[in-house]
Design a protein around this ligand. Structure first.
Ligand SMILES: N[C@@H](CCC(=O)N[C@@H](CS)C(=O)NCC(=O)O)C(=O)O
Length: 298
């Protein structure tokens, strides 16, 4: 099992290599990641957005080293460690699960939490009725990304002709997830005239954008590997969904150009290589196996 996915290129390349090199020095806050991993990219984007000092440690999560499993028994990246130098005896605290890691980083590194000036908060702040609702709405759409869009991405990417259902079914489910996301942006903007994108919260970039960004960047892999590709209908051929897909285009165009998203991205051709096993449905990654077996993702 383990030798299958260990042929991965070992290191980030292009912009991500530059970012990793700038964060190679030892630091009490460490992100253990794999350059190819979209879940890692979420955490990496938050570190970049908020200018959080840290050390980036590239590992291959498919080779479950004992030292890594000791940190994260699930054996998945991203894994975040916080070396608490002020505590005796010295302790290393650990967090994992990309959504948890991202929320932690956003809260723990907010301007005012020490003298460093961190980037803006990535969820609406405040305790007023409106802010509390908006924060919950963000979490709802993060949940949509986690439970609908991301599993749909793998189901489509791992579709092969021998599956018991046609590729159109996988594509339809995936597109429905993207469309619901875009429709929510249109509907919430209608309620508040003046909000005109491009982000999920209009002018404000947030964790909702972060959670989906890595898969938006990887959509080209589906076009590369799957007959019919992602299949978002062309402008002018979208029937009653013109406005909704136009809002998707606006979001997508903005997110793939976001500095933090580009800064955490390696060379395109390396993702093509890394995702070949997904496209052929031979990957032994936990996400890949869960998708194949119709289980929920790890
Ligand atoms: N639910 C986890 C998923 C993380 C995940 O699946 N990471 C992959 C790399 S993209 C991994 O570590 N895979 C190791 C394996 O499958 O053995 C999260 O959100 O952090």
């Amino acid at each position: 099992m383990s030798q299958i996915d260990t042929s991965l290129l070992p290191n980030p390349t292009a912009a991500a290599a530059t970012l990793a090199a700038a964060h190679a020095d030892p630091h009490p806050l460490k992100l253990y990641g794999g350059w190819f991993c979209p879940f890692v990219q979420r955490a990496w984007i938050v570190l970049a957005e908020k200018q959080i000092p840290h050390q980036y440690v590239e590992i291959n999560p498919y080779k479950k080293e004992q030292s890594f499993l000791a940190l994260n028994p699930r054996g998945l990246v991203p894994t975040l460690t916080i070396d608490d130098e002020h505590h005796t005896p010295r302790r290393v605290r650990v967090l994992y699960e990309s959504t948890v890691v991202c929320e932690y980083l956003d809260e723990a590194y907010s301007s005012g939490s020490d003298h460093h000036h961190y980037g803006k908060r990535l969820l609406p702040e405040g305790e007023g009725e409106r802010e509390v609702f908006e924060r919950a709405r963000c979490r709802l759409w993060i949940n949509h990304v986690v439970t609908r869009v991301v599993p749909g991405f793998y189901r489509l990417l791992q579709h092969t002709p021998d599956k018991g259902y046609p590729i159109e079914e996988a594509r339809g489910e995936f597109l429905a997830g993207l469309k619901a996301f875009a429709r929510e942006m249109v509907d919430s903007e209608e309620e508040e005239s003046g909000k005109t994108g491009p982000w999920f919260l209009g002018k404000r970039f947030s964790l909702v954008d972060v959670m989906l960004a890595p898969w938006a960047k990887r959509l080209f892999l589906i076009d590369h590997y799957k007959p019919g590709g992602v299949g978002i209908p062309n402008k002018g051929e979208r029937g009653e969904d013109e406005e909704v897909w136009a809002r998707w285009d606006q979001w997508f165009g903005a997110v793939v150009e976001r500095e933090s998203v580009k800064a955490t991205w390696s060379a395109d051709e390396n993702y093509i290589k890394a995702y070949k096993r997904y496209a052929e449905d031979t990957t032994q990654s936990e996400v890949g196996q869960a998708t194949r077996q119709g289980r929920s993702l790890p």
